[in-house]
Design a protein around this ligand. Sequence first.
Ligand SMILES: [Zn+2]
Length: 320
Amino acid sequence: MNKLTPNFSFTEMCLDRASSKRKSDEWLLEQLANEECQIIPTWRGQFLFNKTTLFVFNSGYKSNVLSEILGRHDKERSCIFLGMDNTSPIFVIDISYMEEDNLSRICNKTIELIDLRASLAFVTSKQASILGYAHWLTHWHRSHHFCGFCGSSTKPKNAGHSLICINNECGKEVFPRTDPVVIMLVEYKPKNGPAQCLLAEHHRIPDKVVSTLAGFVDPAETIEQAVIREVKEEAGVNVSTVKYITSQPWPFPSSLMLGFYATTDESLINIDDEEIRDAKWFTADEIRTFDEWGDEGNNYKLPRKESISRFLINAWVENN
Ligand SMILES: [Zn+2]
């Protein structure tokens, strides 16, 4: 199989996470004071743009507006260290508590709010990885204000990379979650004729868009077992081989997509219509005639270009 170098979104992280150094509060304060420090604001799951440029607080904002934001808010909770971009410390600050009407005044620019998915059109692939990381961590903070063991409040630790219960008798520490998802292209080779791959129409995507099967890994399951189980559950097909290909962090909000090629000796499909709308076998030549996500008309359409599903399909088509 050729061309398996990942070229899809969220796979080009360039930051040094400085995992040991970030444990020191003193070191973090030095980074916040660094002239090259950049703090990415996020507001209720969206990023701030001026026209098509991502808005970032840099050293020019430190003496006035930013210090006001950092000073009046719970700095530790809202400001998370992401990593070093060469010599520039990069943070994300969640300013969701602000009124939307105030954002342009605070940033001294006309601000548009753009969600992570839509912002991919305006940022480089490296920026996309940083925004995905920022979105992942701030979403986790917003959903973990309280300890799951005793119900007390939590507070950030380790530059925002863990949360600890403030109840001294409990003191449980929790870490950002990552939910593994298997995503697989299943191939069937008939005795005569070209190879075919199994693509499905899923309930939560537009009509006629076909993509690979996928599903969350269950507790106490290997990822290979998850591939076999999901293909059987969704399409009624028994898989005979499973091969891991590549992965993609998927920050909507916290999945890690694990991509596989699988093969089967069975062509009979028996779908679970609660899981998917339809599933069919397609040859590479048929897939080459498909339209793009978002195109009008009744032709079949491919999944979004930034997805690992599209990557698995493209690589398979090129080799068949
Ligand atoms: Zn607790």
